[in-house]
Design a protein around this ligand. Structure first.
Ligand code: NAD
Ligand code: UDP
Length: 324
């Protein structure tokens, strides 16, 4: 049985990856320190014999006994609210955590895929973003802790590939949404849906003309799986190119949820990228991948998920206590 280590396994993307690798017949070691994740996302896997959970901070030394075939490094705070609250941990998990996991990959002769992000393009001056674009990132702005950690992650991953000859893959993930997102993580999909369900106005930041392109989780997982199994070591964009302004997106959520609330405007956060759309030519050519789930289909599924939460969960507007 092939063995895979998934870090960030109790989070949104990590938990869906656990499901996929279990379905594919792997032995899954799920690792997480639960700083933004939740065991609820993977507790259904606990009874399985080919699943184990390790509560561990990957920025500290990692020991995995026995053989290991694959590593997927997804541990990192991922929403702007989270990484602004825990900036040092964000830098450490992208830098030290990645270094530790590359060390494990070298020791075990395992193939490693690291989760990078469209944030490496910063506030992009090239549109749509191709993998060849170097980006427009402020290293000293509030988002720098995330963006630069991910850029370092890519550099050290390529260095281990070139210098130590280990098999590496880099996925640049564009905004992805789906069930198991935390309602209070501040990202726009759970933010708008939570507001609609609680009967609050929808908060659009800035004038709402900034754009994003939203990818449904099942499409994202399929792209990541195909990239891992490919033989391509350079970064590949995985995302849905269907772009929308945030203002139009708010209207779409109002229509979908049937809420009678309106849009209100709040200040745009510092360095909030004005436009974002993946060029997915590489993913199409190399992996034969493109998204299958339309935004309206995906949003309906997520809305049903958020509707199924208990009233207490829905009211849980407080952000996590990151002091521990
Ligand atoms: P998430 O917050 O739901 O999951 C992240 C998980 O990592 C959490 O379970 C958290 O507890 C864990 N974690 C954080 N620091 C850790 C540490 N030091 N040791 C062990 N575990 C740690 O976020 P997500 O959306 O699932 O993002 C997962 C990965 O995908 C991240 O690396 C993120 O940068 C990347 N990504 C996500 C998106 C997206 O749209 N969801 C976009 C681009 C990149
Ligand atoms: N956004 C918004 N209202 C909210 C949350 C987010 O208008 O309540 C905007 C945010 O300013 C950004 C976009 O929605 O322009 C996407 O934000 P998110 O935090 O989901 O991810 P980002 O792509 O910025 O990392």
């Amino acid at each position: 049985m092939k063995k895979v280590l998934i870090t960030g396994a109790a989070g949104f993307l990590g938990s869906h990856l656990c499901d996929r690798f279990i379905k594919e017949g792997f032995y899954v070691i799920a690792m997480d320190n639960l700083i933004t994740g939740d065991l609820k996302n993977i507790e259904h896997l606990f009874p399985l014999e080919n699943f184990e959970f390790q509560h561990h901070d990957v920025s500290k030394f990692i020991h995995i006994p026995g053989k290991l075939d694959y590593i997927l490094h997804f541990a990192s705070p991922a929403s702007p609210i989270d990484y602004l609250k825990i900036p040092i941990q964000t830098l450490k998990v992208g830098a030290l955590g990645t270094h530790n996991l590359l060390g494990v990959a070298k020791e075990k002769n395992a193939r490693i895929l690291v989760a990078s992000t469209s944030e490496v393009y910063g506030d992009p001056l090239v549109h749509p973003q191709t993998e060849e674009y170097y980006g427009n990132v402020s290293p000293v702005g509030p988002r720098g802790v995330y963006d630069e950690a991910k850029r370092f992650m890519e550099s050290i991953t390529m260095a281990y590939h070139r210098f130590h000859g280990i098999e590496t893959r880099i996925v640049r993930i564009f905004n992805t949404y789906g069930p198991r997102m935390r309602l209070n993580d501040g990202r726009v999909v759970p933010a708008f849906m939570g507001q609609a369900l609680r009967g609050e106005d929808l908060t659009v930041f800035g004038d709402g003309k900034q754009t994003r392109s939203f990818c449904y989780i099942d499409d994202q997982v399929e792209g990541i799986y195909r990239l891992l199994m490919s033989d391509y070591s350079y970064p590949v964009n995985i995302g849905n190119p269907h772009e929308t302004t945030i203002g139009e997106f708010a209207e779409e959520i109002i229509k979908l949820t049937g809420t009678e609330q309106k849009v209100i405007y709040k200040p745009l956060p510092t360095d909030d990228p004005m436009q974002r759309q993946p060029d997915i030519t590489k993913a199409k050519e190399l992996l034969g991948w493109e998204p299958q789930v339309s935004r309206s289909e995906g949003l309906k599924i997520v809305f049903d998920y958020f509707k199924s939460l208990t009233p207490e969960e829905l009211q849980d507007k407080e952000h996590r206590d990151f002091s521990k």
